[in-house]
Design a protein around this ligand. Structure first.
Ligand SMILES: [Fe+2]
Ligand SMILES: [Fe+2]
Length: 311
């Protein structure tokens, strides 16, 4: 692709993403296509979408900006974070994205946010982002712990522990920091494919599902759901529990949304039934998640206009 073609493509994707009247699923595809191209101009065009009214779209924009790992995205993310009119889920994702880019000169800001921010979602995420930056400052040789088969930049490196029982325990140990518990979570995610027997795989999935029993932190539960979305059909054993999370009207919208997206990646009937049931939910973030998740599974079978949406 030459420079002019690339420019035209960015213009096309941006005009879809930033058209408030456009179908949401198409806007998501345009967003992930811009993330895939990842140039400075893409980052600028993505940032314009923070003017939107869809919490779901905006939080995904913040996620995508973080995944570019580009310093260019930092100022955009910081102004989103400072905009108190943005919803807690959007501001949470902006902090997480800052953590993913990992600028050491943001440590003081993160430390302050971890204590003083208005939103618990932002406070907890800031603590995680702080610990993540510190971890790599102190252990630069451990970058390999971030490598995973999903190519995602996670809020914590996986644990070096590979013993299932120990990881299961660390995941639910409330005496540990959220960062250490996240490390166990990604450890469980990453040992799942190398488990030898079906029985062990099931145990590993059960250990992750147990994360939904976390009482204190909705952020933690939403990350568990996110991990299931990454695992997709490999973790289809968790479908019924994920559907329960989506059905639970007392659950935080951020957790229900992430569980709905995970169901979109399960590719089975039970998941689709649940998504269809909540397609017209009164909770906007859930309704929109179901719409995007259902579209996603139908769309990619025979279309190449956009790049696939990947977590
Ligand atoms: Fe999130
Ligand atoms: Fe999300």
């Amino acid at each position: 692709m030459n420079g002019q073609q690339l420019d035209e493509l960015i213009t096309k994707y941006s005009s879809i993403l930033n058209n408030f009247d456009e179908n949401l699923a198409r806007r998501f595809r345009a967003l992930f296509s811009l993330k895939g191209l990842g140039t400075d101009r893409c980052i600028e065009e993505m940032g314009k979408a923070f003017a939107d009214s869809s919490e779901l779209l905006k939080h995904e924009v913040a996620y995508c900006l973080g995944q570019t790992k580009s310093d260019k995205a930092l100022e955009i993310l910081k102004s989103c974070l400072n905009d108190m009119k943005q919803e807690p889920v959007v501001r949470h994702e902006a902090v997480e994205a800052i953590g993913a880019i990992g600028p050491p000169d943001y440590l003081a800001l993160l430390k302050d946010l971890a204590v003083n921010d208005r939103d618990v979602e932002v406070r907890e995420t800031s603590e995680l982002a702080f610990d993540r930056i510190k971890f790599f400052e102190e252990n630069p040789e451990k970058k390999h712990l971030m490598e995973n088969r999903f190519n995602s930049v996670d809020p914590a490196p996986r644990s070096e522990e590979t013993n299932l029982a120990k990881l299961r325990e660390a995941l639910m140990d409330t005496k540990l920091s959220l960062f250490e518990r996240y490390r166990a979570m990604f450890g469980l995610r990453d040992i799942l494919p190398i488990m030898e027997t079906e029985e062990e795989k099931k145990e590993c999935i059960e250990a992750l599902l147990n994360g939904f029993n976390e009482k204190k932190s909705a952020l933690f539960r939403h990350e568990i759901a996110f991990v299931f979305g990454q695992l997709g059909d490999v973790a289809a054993h968790g479908t019924a529990r994920l559907a329960e999370v989506v059905d639970n009207e007392l659950e935080h919208g951020m957790v229900r949304h992430e569980a709905a997206e995970a169901l979109g990646n399960m590719g089975n009937e039970m998941a689709d039934i649940c998504l269809k049931k909540h397609r017209s939910s009164a909770a906007q973030i859930l309704r929109e998640s179901c719409e995007v998740a259902l579209d996603q599974s139908e769309y990619y079978e025979n279309n190449t206009e956009f790049q696939p949406i990947s977590a």
